[in-house]
Write a protein that binds this ligand. Structure first.
Ligand code: VG1
Ligand code: CO
Length: 544
């Protein structure tokens, strides 16, 4: 089978953001658009020729078409073997698991994660390295640089591969192996958590839960693990069939978009446990009866209780959190006598720390939690971790978290998102903050005195690489913080994220409503950044 060399010209803006290249489907459907980016991966990642590549996606609109193109291009670029999930499905953590388990040279994951899907919505592509994690900046920079000068790509002419039939087929000299997308991942989960204890919890007759897959990729994973292997009653998994448009929904597991699930956990008849995951299965939301676990708290609770699960019985070597994530995990690390690292937003910054054994657990405020078992955040893993804790501690979600606060203090936390802003207004707002920074330290803002104010930069402790411009950080005496940054995953205008945190050591003050407890800091943030004057928005679009 001969490879065709197709002439092409560069597209501007093929720069991967926080997690891969994300654009509207219509952008990806332009002739040569996907091909250019994929060829840039092959041109810069030399190990792929003669190697094995993993390919899969979250099942959104254009997933199958994109996979067929990638398979034909992989064959033309000398890849020896591709492992592809049946039906083109692989959740992001499952892809990471497969990349690592079969010691492949990397993977291509097709997803725009929590962004909506459909012909007029979003699509995305990212490259993961052989260690299983998202490509670090040096790699994404090289891929981007290649897209700017690309003049040809290679592709074979062949019929579409049957993605629904498990087994091996040839595409020219390349082998395509269609694999069960769930099996390897489920086996890994079974090795980490006490499935017997969770099974008993489900059988106890006094535990009711639902998992909302939001019509996205975790449906088959959750059904197999929760219902088939752990014996949860049929129907435990809601919205469990992956749909190309996620049932017109927004597959983002938060209080706004997973509203139906939230309702099921409320009131005297509310569920004991509710959980949800996002488009590609790497996020998680954890709910108890009338209780929402802030992702930053979830990371801290998992770190403090890791020794209660089989996979982490010997304790954790360290923990890392993204810069805007609350400092709750820092307090646990201190108590355990291990290091807590503060990294820029995006899972790619955890890879080196995990590979070097410096950390066991890591997390982000954006509903992301994970460990060294893979190199992506992992939604179902977090759900199973919580279930394992509930099973062995015999306490409710609310009791576990409030007890945690009593021991470590509570970090009140919220994130306010202002979406689809005018890009110039958003960059203007950030420049305005940058101008304020040098004069802020020592200043009194309301009841709060500024301790430090900077534009966050990170030096990777393993390879020394430096990442700058990672968000404006204003720290107050006593540990409160306000953080401003612009999203790197949106596809429309700009999204401003404002993160607010306040530490409260006094247990008698741990049961205030979050927005109320943080109201003074929220006001300071709005005034300091001139949000309404500059963006025309008086309220955020999403509050978590
Ligand atoms: C957001 C989150 C970030 C997360 C990223 C990818 O990025 O804030 O913490 O790593 O999404 O998550 P941004 O740049 O929009 O703030 V996923 O589940 O979309 O792959
Ligand atoms: Co995701």
């Amino acid at each position: 089978m001969e490879a065709t060399v197709v002439e092409t010209t560069p597209f501007s803006g093929q720069k991967p953001g926080t997690s891969g290249l994300r654009k509207k489907v219509k952008v990806f459907q332009q002739a040569h658009y996907l091909e250019n980016f994929v060829q840039a991966i092959f041109d810069t990642q030399e190990g792929l020729a003669g190697g094995t590549l993993v390919v899969g996606g979250d099942g959104r609109f254009y997933n199958r078409e994109a996979i067929q193109i990638i398979l034909r291009m992989a064959a033309a670029n000398g890849v020896a073997k591709v492992l592809v999930g049946q039906g083109g499905i692989l959740s992001t953590p499952a892809a990471s698991c497969v990349i690592r388990k079969y010691k492949t040279q990397g993977g291509i994951i097709l997803s725009a994660s929590h962004n909506p899907g459909g012909p007029d919505e979003d699509f995305g592509i990212k490259f993961n390295i052989g260690a299983g994690g998202p490509a670090p900046e040096a790699v994404t920079d090289a891929i981007f640089a290649r897209t700017e000068s690309i003049d040809r790509y290679r592709i074979v002419d062949a019929d579409p591969v049957d993605l629904d039939q498990i087994g091996e087929v040839s595409l020219g000299a390349m082998t395509v192996s269609v694999i069960d997308p769930v099996a390897d991942y489920a086996a890994l989960m079974e090795s980490l958590f006490d499935f017997n204890a969770i099974h008993q919890l489900f059988n106890s007759g006094n535990f009711r839960m639902r998992f909302d897959a939001m019509h996205a990729v975790t449906g088959p994973y959750a059904t197999e693990i929760l219902e088939n292997r752990l014996g949860a009653e049929p129907g435990t998994v809601m919205n469990g069939t992956p749909l190309p448009d996620f049932g017109h929904g927004h597959p983002d597991p938060n209080l706004v978009h997973a509203h139906d699930l939230v309702m099921l956990t409320q009131g005297a008849e509310g569920l004991d446990f509710g959980a949800a995951s996002d488009g590609d299965g790497d996020r998680n939301m954890i709910l108890g009866r009338d209780f929402f676990v802030t992702p930053s708290d979830s990371l801290a609770v998992l770190a403090a209780n890791a020794h209660l699960t089989p996979g982490y019985r010997s304790g954790i070597t360290g923990v890392a959190r993204s810069m805007p994530t609350s400092q709750a995990a820092d307090r646990v690390a201190e108590a355990l006598g291990v290091e807590c690292y503060e990294t820029p937003t995006g899972w790619k910054f955890f890879g080196n720390l995990l590979d070097a054994g410096k950390i066991t657990l890591c997390g982000e405020e954006s509903f992301g939690t994970g460990s060294d078992h893979v190199r992506e955040k992992d939604g179902l893993w977090a759900v199973l971790f919580w279930l394992n804790l509930l099973a062995v501690r015999h306490q409710s979600v609310a009791d576990i978290v409030t007890e945690h606060w009593r021991g470590f203090g509570r970090n009140y936390y919220t994130r306010h998102d202002y979406e689809a802003l005018d890009s110039d207004a958003a960059t203007g707002l950030m420049s305005h903050l940058h101008i304020l920074l040098p004069d802020l330290p020592g200043k009194q803002l309301g009841d709060f005195k500024v301790d430090y104010a900077d534009d966050f930069a990170y030096t990777d402790p393993v390879d020394g690489s430096v990442s700058t411009g990672q968000g404006v950080r204003i720290g107050f005496e006593g540990g409160s913080r306000i953080i401003f940054r612009l999203s790197g995953t949106g596809t429309q205008g700009a999204t401003l994220r404002v993160y607010i945190e306040q530490f409260e050591p006094d247990p008698s003050r741990h049961d205030q409503p979050v927005q109320q407890a943080l109201a003074p800091l929220i006001l300071i943030a709005r005034e300091l950044a001139q949000i309404e004057a500059r963006t025309g928005r008086s309220e955020p679009d999403v509050i978590t």
